[in-house]
Write a protein of this length. Structure first.
Length: 281
């Protein structure tokens, strides 16, 4: 029988944030695939785990995946760990999981720490709906496309960012999204954990004067439906009133119904629409 692939969530900072189930699994599997073996060996040594370790990272994620698949087919059980957090979330583990699914290999996910969820829960922003974007693309064109999409995103937005790119990213976000509330989460679960809750411009001004240090998770307020409605009304108001009426009349609506729809679009009363049409005549 083929072995199983275990996705083992590891701490994002504080070593106590690891589950008993993950510790047991890491001891019982035949091999552990790690994003950075130099980093992971410290974790394994801390918990006295002697299981063999192999590297699985961004630069060997396809070739090495098929090597790991062969071991799984031979009946070996493997654990996948990332540098910090849950495998498959913004790391090469996503590819190994995909290929295992294609090859019919059983996958078991062992839940645990994830920086994106940790940041979201302490942000003070809406947690009911959120969009996780991880790191914005470095390619200028792709980055521009994503930022354009985020302009109209109504869900809470979660981004990752490195310290040396933070100020530039905050500048782009402020330019693209305008004034929004944001929680800037730094060094989560570690000794110097910090959460700054403010507006985008306030955070930008702070980090222009204070050098960013540590790893960052940015949790940004989504666009409000009220703002979307205001923009839609502004677009309708720019249209000629008779042309606006014609849109609905051409759909088969009566003059009365067309006036009602135009009034709704423009955020005014039907009587106002009627009076404006009379004035145009």
């Amino acid at each position: 029988m083929a072995g199983k692939l275990y996705l083992c969530a590891t701490p994002i900072g504080n070593l106590e944030d690891i589950t008993l189930r993950v510790l047991r699994t890491l001891k019982e599997v035949d091999l552990i695939a790690a994003e950075d073996t130099r980093n992971s060996i410290k974790l394994l040594n801390h918990f006295e785990i002697k299981t063999p370790l192999t590297s699985y990272h961004e630069f060997n994620k396809i070739e090495k995946a098929y090597q790991l698949i062969e071991k799984l087919r031979a009946g070996k059980n493997l654990a996948l760990i990332t540098d910090a957090g849950t495998p498959g979330i913004s790391d090469p583990g996503e590819e190994l999981v995909r290929i295992c699914c294609e090859e019919g290999i059983e996958i078991v996910s062992l839940p645990g720490a994830a920086a994106c969820i940790t940041a979201l829960t302490v942000s003070g922003l809406s947690t009911r709906r959120f969009a996780f974007e991880a790191f914005l693309p470095r390619d200028k064109k792709k980055r521009g496309i994503v930022l354009e999409e985020l302009k109209s995103e109504t869900r809470t937005i979660i981004l990752y960012e490195a310290p040396h790119h933070l100020v530039h990213t905050l500048e782009e976000l402020h330019q693209a999204l305008g004034e929004r509330n944001i929680a800037v989460c730094r060094e989560l679960t570690k000794k110097h954990e910090e959460v700054m809750r403010a507006s985008l411009v306030e955070v930008l001004r702070y980090y222009e004067e204070h050098e960013p240090r540590g790893e960052y998770v940015l949790v940004i307020e989504g666009k409000s439906y009220a703002d979307i409605e205001k923009e839609e009304i502004a677009e309708w108001m720019q249209m000629d009133l008779t042309e606006h009426m014609r849109i609905y009349e051409e759909k088969g609506l009566s003059n009365k119904e067309a006036m009602r729809m135009v009034a709704k679009d423009r955020g005014i009363s039907k009587r106002e629409v009627y009076q404006m049409l009379l004035a145009l005549k």
